[in-house]
Design a protein around this ligand. Sequence first.
Ligand code: FAD
Ligand code: SF4
Ligand code: SF4
Length: 935
Amino acid sequence: MLNNKYEEFYSDISKHITTQRIFTDALHTLAYGTDGSFYRLTPRIVIKAIDEKEVQAILALAHTLNLPVTFRAAGTSLSGQAISDSILVVCSFGWRKIELLNEAKQIKLEPGVVGSQANAALKFFGKKIGPDPASINAAQIGGIAANNASGMCCGVDFNSYKTLKDIRVIFNDGTILDTSDDESIEEFRNSKSELILQVKTLVDEIKQNKSLYTKIEKKFSIKNTTGYSLNALIDFDNEIDIIAHLMIGSEGTLGFISSITYNTIEEPKMKASALILFDDIYEACSFVSDLKKEKSLVNAAELMDRASIRSVEDKEGVDPSYKSLHENVASILVECGGGSQEDLELKTSKVKEIAKQFKLVKDTEFLSNPVEYGKLWAIRKGTFPTVGAMRESGTTVIIEDVAFSVKDLAAGVVELQAIFKKYDYTEAIIFGHALEGNVHFVFTQDFSKESEVARYENFMDEVCGLVAIKYNGSLKAEHGTGRNMAPFVEMEWGEDAYKLMCQIKNIFDPHELLNPGVIINKDKKAHLKNLKFMPAFNEIADKCIECGFCEPVCPSKDLTLTPRQRIAVNREIQRRKEHNETYKELEALYKYDGEETCAVDGLCATSCPVGINTGALTKDIRENSNSTLSKSVSKIVSKSYGETLFMVRQGFKVLNFVESLIKPTGMRKIRDVIPAFPYWFDTMPKVASYNKTLEISTFDKNVVYFSSCINRAFGTNKKAKDTRDLNKVVESLLRKSNFNIIYPPKDKSLCCGVPFESKGFKKDADEQLEQLLIELYEASNYGEYPILCDNSPCTYRIVNGLKQMNLKVYEPIDFSLEYLVPNLEIKQSSEPIVLHTTCSSKKMKLDEKFQKLANILSNDVTIPENINCCGFAGDRGFNFPELNKSALKELAPQLKADIQRGFSTSRTCEIGLSHNANKDYSSILYLLDECSYEK
Ligand SMILES: Cc1cc2nc3c(=O)[nH]c(=O)nc-3n(C[C@H](O)[C@H](O)[C@H](O)COP(=O)(O)OP(=O)(O)OC[C@H]3O[C@@H](n4cnc5c(N)ncnc54)[C@H](O)[C@@H]3O)c2cc1C
Ligand code: SF4
Ligand code: SF4
């Protein structure tokens, strides 16, 4: 319920922004209220703003009504700076423009661009952006710049502050400053002369305060994101430069960044890495101190204490000998980069030489094969998530982020370990960017008991005293101050510097409406308030750390909810149940946004650090909500699957006939009267005949061919170039490649169970799969012959259901490369084509193989950017076509006009792709058949 001022805001802002992008309901405010931190605030209003005019209108109105505003990019922040109990402006819809400038020496980015997308655009030029947070696959430029985020390699030299070329900012009153535009600068200087003067006064103040000047210089010689970027006031003379750099690390408290231009940095041509094992953590940190003295010797030096190594020692690819390492061992993972082999070797041997001067557990070995050294980095990257995954249900995982000057690192880390012990954080691990003195410590915390909150409070007080007072270090090196460190900014910086920060806030945001409570907060207990509860509700998702890494790949992210939001809403429903609070409204709202529009593709699990498949959670929810009647219907359909499919095909034939009379538009009108009627795509296929040619064996090689029920029911698009059914294409290919074809005898009644499983009818689905596996086992002569299944999602389910069964089951991509291409004469086509890799193929890690196959068949292959799951989701696309449309909205604009055909490996996905891209998508096997000849 909105109070008067928010009602007024809502009514006025709706004149500028469509209400489809303004939310005040319990579901969306809660969902968007969630970020990666352990704090929770629920905004009154969430607005998905898509351009500067909208942001200006929001700021102007908020100013008039005195209402606070918080900006949000990807919401992966850890310190509570991306949440609000007022107006939350989400700027990740739209805002995705990337512009390469000056031969990629610079890159201009809008705030909604994901960090890794910027790097993907630069890859061809051998360049990347400087900031490299571990969250780069999810974090967006607005947040990366506003947090001054950094990571393993960027240190203090390549962060947003240091690589900033230009910035465009909207200030609290709507004024815009674009530092790349002289006119804008002049206008700003004229209209904001008083502000400029105030900034100048601050510079003068520092110049007259030698000790403050030196303090700023010293504190920014190491990583520091506690408070504002005061270094802007000593590094630059020009006020515009000062203002531009003050915006970096300001966490949305001084203005809105609407675009940023970075100077890009070179990617080293060659790299090598070594995991160096030391006798104890003191030795490891002392080694880094020596390493640091040699400038540019290493790109990164990452510390892992014994507990960190232990947390991942059971993982795949980790050297089994690590298990027997003694209790005090610590490691440093180093990466060297070079422009040439000689350069690289020179650096690696120098590192080895330095390492030898310390107590080592093993000889140092550098690996230069990316696959090999990739395994070492996977160990390092796996540490934080592993603690998250191992924690007890109901607890939160906390990651702290401090920096010491490198000379103090060894002593500081040893003292930190003692504090863990004192407060009984026995599971805590320490790792981090040792080269910069930046260490993270991760531990789990229960915030549901007062005694536990008190333990955390006392622990943090002691840590802050150690880091900020004793060692003069940074309490936040890269994650931003947020609400978490706001009470300690003055403690770290001292009275004079803190006063300066308050003045900065006052200059740019005198009414404290931009992200209040963040960075500057007078409440000394702010870090202990609004803590997030994480009640256990379903073991599939209880380990979720709400990091948001799963969001970019989710097909429903722009339509309804993301995986993280689905989990957060379920947690809140559970919390309300436990506290006897009303939850029915939330549950009802969740039905469409959470449950019905989840494609259950499970792609979210591929980018989740703790491996959560929110699709599996959705299936669980569906299973629990299936009625007795629907369960009975499912059982009947499953038991008489052959007959049901026959009837479906007959019904579909009738519908196709009706379509020929009233056209697809007429068919779509039927939905107005009968909402359960499927959405009729222009690209609705013809019915498949599934005529089999059962020939006598003439070759000495056999293949079992299982055509999925989807391909037995749906034929090609009506206007396809080749209108044969897929099984005819497969027969042609197998015959040309000299294989005998074995169809499983009861194939017409077989199904892998995907349609049942996705709707939550797990038992029926499992019975279907079991029956299919028995048939395939026998047809393949107990596993002797390879089995081809012609639809990727079905293959994925079969492969995962094999357990101990020794069957060689392939989907079209792998099968083509292994059995068809080597036995065929291929004539590469010059037809431009577009590919769509299905989620199942992605989960089976077939992306690269698909590209390889496509490149064999055509010399002009387009793989569109940022298209993950198509959102068709089996038959769901017929009922929720808006999910498919939303997931594919960036597809058509990327396709050249001369592309007529697209290829994939899942028939239902192809229907939606054809419709949304306005190209004819079919199985890649059609192209292979077209381009291949008998040898
Ligand atoms: C598992 C995990 C690992 C992480 N690892 C790292 C790491 O290695 N290094 C690191 O530095 N951080 C790390 N982080 C923290 C976080 O991911 C980064 O700081 C990231 O840059 C935040 O970006 P975001 O898009 O999520 O921003 P958000 O969290 O949405 O916002 C961050 C801040 O920027 C403000 N903001 C957003 N957009 C704008 C805008 N357009 N204009 C003005 N202000 C804006 C917000 O108000 C907020 O204060 C990690 C987080 C997680 C969950
Ligand atoms: S599901 Fe996984 S990736 Fe998504 S928010 Fe939770 S932990 Fe992070
Ligand atoms: S299964 Fe797919 S749609 Fe559902 S939450 Fe995961 S990525 Fe999103």
